[in-house]
Design a protein around this ligand. Structure first.
Ligand code: GRG
Length: 304
């Protein structure tokens, strides 16, 4: 049986994701309900934050926390903060000095509306605000020591040791001959690091024991890498309508991608193997991990 025909529960994963998106959006809307001065900075930050992102990273944090027996409502600030980090990365990634994109999530990119200077500042502000948001919690519900570990986890995964390092390697590798090690470095740092850290955030905040943290870490690593390979494939096979952003840009820019090195079919096979390994890593859990299993399959089938 192919991985695409597997199902782990009767639950409708789309409904599960929609419910979690709703809770995260509510938290974010409340958090940003008072305007920040100057108004243009606030407009620019909230324009991208509420542009229709899938909220996959915060959902992974909430679901991992739930698998460890926690009430996801208790970690909404930390989970939602990850979306601020992600949104900053997209605003900066779209800038003319980076990928120079005009469309994101079906809307003009941030700098197209607000200009480059404000877009850069909105990204900076979202990144910094994320760490303030993380500390907005009832300390009775979250242990201070776990919160410190999460701040270390997320700063490391998003900075030079993670996403920014991967982005730097991605930019300097444009138009060079793809090689296995550089490609793996780019994908594991640029994309997988923050996805892995999102899953670990839930597990760390729940104070989970080593065997559980290790299993969830392996799951996060596998689906994180699969996520970027799927993104590479969608950049070739997807349409502008489906993706909400321009397609075919990786080939145009000579990006180092899985399809560029291995071809489309091998890249698809690799993403399926990774999703399968991610699901296998959850074998120590029973049905409580079904949402995480279903999310892995959902990411494989995504078209945007
Ligand atoms: C520090 C100047 C500076 C820039 C940082 C690190 C970085 C810029 C950009 C890397 C982020 C990036 C574009 C990674 C690719 C990952 C990816 C597939 C993003 C799309 O994520 P989705 O599909 O997006 O979750 P939505 O729109 O659903 O939120």
């Amino acid at each position: 049986m192919g991985i695409n025909s597997i199902s782990y529960c009767k639950m409708d994963i789309k409904e599960y994701i929609n419910k979690k998106q709703f809770v995260i959006d509510n938290y974010l809307k409340n958090y940003f309900s008072s305007p920040i001065k100057p108004g243009i900075l606030y407009e620019s930050m909230t324009y991208s934050l509420f542009a229709g992102g899938k909220r996959i990273r915060p959902i992974l944090a909430l679901s991992a926390y739930e698998v460890c027996g926690g009430n996801p409502e208790h970690i909404l600030p930390q989970a939602s903060a990850i979306e601020l980090i992600h949104t900053y990365s997209l605003i900066h990634d779209d800038l003319p000095a980076m990928d120079n994109d005009d469309l994101r999530r079906g809307k003009p990119t941030n700098h197209k509306i607000f200009g480059e200077a404000v877009a850069i500042l909105a990204g900076d502000a979202l990144l910094t605000e994320a760490f303030k948001m993380m500390t907005e919690c009832e300390i009775k519900k979250i242990k201070k020591s776990s919160l410190l570990k999460v701040i270390k986890e997320l700063s490391s995964a998003s900075g030079a040791h993670g996403m920014v390092g991967g982005q730097a390697q991605d930019i300097i590798s444009e138009k060079s001959e793809p090689d296995k090690n550089t490609l793996e470095f780019i994908h594991t740092h640029k994309t997988a690091a923050l996805i892995r850290a999102s899953v670990r955030t839930g597990a760390i905040l729940a104070g989970s024991k080593k065997s559980i943290l290790n299993a969830l870490t392996k799951y996060g690593e596998c689906i994180g890498l699969a996520f970027q390979i799927i993104d590479d494939i969608l950049n070739i096979e997807g349409s502008i309508e489906e993706l909400g952003k321009s397609a075919g840009t990786d080939i145009e820019k000579g990006k180092m991608t899985y399809p560029a090195l291995y071809g489309n079919e091998k890249a698809k096979q690799k993403s399926e193997e990774l999703v399968s390994s991610g699901i296998s890593a959850l074998k120590i859990f029973s049905s409580e991990a079904d949402p995480l299993r279903e999310i892995a399959l959902y990411l494989l089938k995504r078209r945007a």
